[in-house]
Write a protein that binds this ligand. Structure first.
Ligand code: FRU
Length: 494
């Protein structure tokens, strides 16, 4: 039975969506159907389609009582909106259906697990969220909440675990037919950890182990965890709140963390070998992965940062986009990300410029656009003197531009959206230490109307930023201080 709350949300989104013109949305990045979107939820492959649910407040372009929005796609690039899947309509989730995940049960039904939130007045009179985990079962469009919800609550928390911060379950089915779930939790002092739970049937859950503890290293509460094996290593993705920067890592406060290591099945614990940021730009948070039918591990993140939400006006008809789906791999203890290969089918109007040598600002024939896939290969252009700086400006007109600049002597790549339409005193730049010898660097820049995603050195690093500027700002120019030699291969994405 669909509740009144969900029926209203479905009716509202269907009506209001009609007032948003096609050109007001990105081309191939999923954005909120109407109103607000944050974290990807329930990213899964079910009945021949990729499903993406998301944290959703349809009624305003700002965060509010969380629903789950829903969209499906065959190629991860063309998305079709479906009716909202969940609304906060039960006594145990009346203040929000927070983030969670999905899987397909052996009988073909789709199982969603999400964080059910209720606000409760405490003895000291403060009002806090009580967070538990709940289930909904459905056919890919309509979902029924499980009668025994919540299925995980404070009773299953290990000693010291906070019932106020217990959220974002990621569930999967193991090869032996049992189920696992990980969720974020913290101790009374706010220090994060990831808990592991098990289930025989996906419905009855019990605590297994503390998979990994922060021990005050990376921020505080760890949100939206994901855990999987890739290229012989175990990978834990999580989004810690309130991180402090370390060198050139973790500059985003609410940032992303990738831990690579091993998993001890006996004790249910993870041993970390390497750590890194997942994204080195500004707008990327709470990523979730899916295992594609062909074995690829594909990740999508919320292409936004909590602290820069005011980049977009609250009057905008939608707020929040998902990142490009990225294929993941691990080499030499590092996470690599490349744009999902399905994007190759969208490439057209190829323009190539080889061995362009320049010492000032240049523009190149056929190089412009806001929906493009552009590969730049940089080399030093003078064997005597290494160049000082290279820059590319895109989404450019007289008022606006977004820029990438590279200083080979320091090996620093900077993304800068100071001139990308913001009227607020928020962060507009990120510097990142990249791998470069002798001025060489490879950049693949993907633009889609309101975003730029920059894949460095075949996916060794990625820098993501949104830019909400006029689409007529579609110029691209290049700049060198010193002599740069560059190859450009550019496609329009259609
Ligand atoms: C992360 C997060 C999650 C939570 C959701 C609420 O961005 O804070 O931890 O489930 O957003 O919308």
């Amino acid at each position: 039975m669909t509740s009144q709350t969900l029926r209203e949300a479905r009716k509202y989104e269907e009506t209001v969506e009609k007032s948003i013109a096609r050109e007001e949305r990105p081309d191939f990045h999923l954005c909120s159907r109407v109103g607000w979107m944050n974290d990807p939820n329930g990213f899964s492959y079910h009945n021949g389609m990729y499903h993406m649910f998301y944290q959703y407040y349809p009624y305003e372009s700002k965060w509010g009582p969380m629903h789950w929005g829903h969209a499906v796609s065959r190629d991860l690039l063309h998305w079709e909106h479906l009716p909202a899947a969940l609304a906060p309509d039960e006594p145990y989730d009346r203040d929000g259906c927070f983030s969670g995940s999905a899987l397909t049960l052996p009988d073909g039904r789709q199982l969603l697990m999400y964080t059910s939130v209720v606000k409760e007045r405490q003895e000291n009179d403060t009002i806090r969220d009580i967070q538990t985990q709940s289930l909904a079962i459905g056919d890919g469009i309509d979902y029924e909440k499980y009668e025994k919800n919540p299925v995980l609550d404070a009773a299953e928390l290990p000693v010291g675990g906070s019932k106020f911060d217990f959220r974002d379950p990621k569930i999967w089915r193991n090869a032996d037919g049992t189920y696992s779930c990980i969720a974020g939790n913290c101790l009374a002092d706010g220090d994060g950890r990831i808990l592991l739970f098990t289930s025989k049937d996906g419905f009855q859950w019990k605590f297994r182990s503390i998979l990994v503890s922060n021990d005050h290293r990376f921020g505080k509460m760890w949100e939206c965890p994901d855990f999987f094996m890739l290229n012989g290593k175990w990978v834990l993705l999580t989004s810690p709140q309130d991180m402090l920067p370390k060198g050139f890592e973790y500059h985003n406060g609410n940032g992303t963390l990738c831990l690579i290591g091993t998993f001890d099945e006996q004790t249910g614990t993870f041993q970390e070998e390497n750590n890194q940021s997942i994204d080195y730009g500004i707008d990327f948070y709470a990523p979730q992965t899916v295992l594609a039918p062909d074995g690829r591990r594909i990740m999508i993140g919320w292409m936004q940062n909590w602290d820069t939400c005011t980049m977009r006006s609250p009057d905008a008809p939608w707020m929040g986009q998902m990142s490009l789906p990225r294929e993941l791999s691990v080499h030499g203890g590092r996470l690599y990300q490349t744009p999902v290969r399905e994007i190759d089918a969208m490439r057209c109007n190829k323009v190539v410029h080889k061995q362009i040598s320049f010492t000032d600002t240049i523009r190149l024939e056929g190089i412009k656009g806001r929906c493009i896939d552009m590969e730049l290969t940089l080399r030093r252009g003078d064997s005597q003197v290494l160049y000082q700086k290279f820059a590319v400006r895109f989404a450019q007109n007289d008022t606006y531009h977004t820029a990438l600049s590279f200083r080979p002597r320091e090996s620093i790549l900077k993304i800068d959206r100071k001139f990308s339409g913001s009227r607020r005193a928020i962060i507009h730049q990120r510097r990142s230490l990249v791998n470069s010898t002798d001025g060489s660097l490879k950049l693949r820049i993907i633009l889609d109307c309101f975003s730029a995603e920059v894949f460095v050195n075949d996916g060794e690093q990625v820098l993501t930023a949104t830019m909400y500027t006029d689409q007529t700002a579609d110029g691209i120019s290049f700049f060198a201080d010193g002599t740069v030699e560059m190859d450009v291969v550019k496609y329009d994405l259609l």
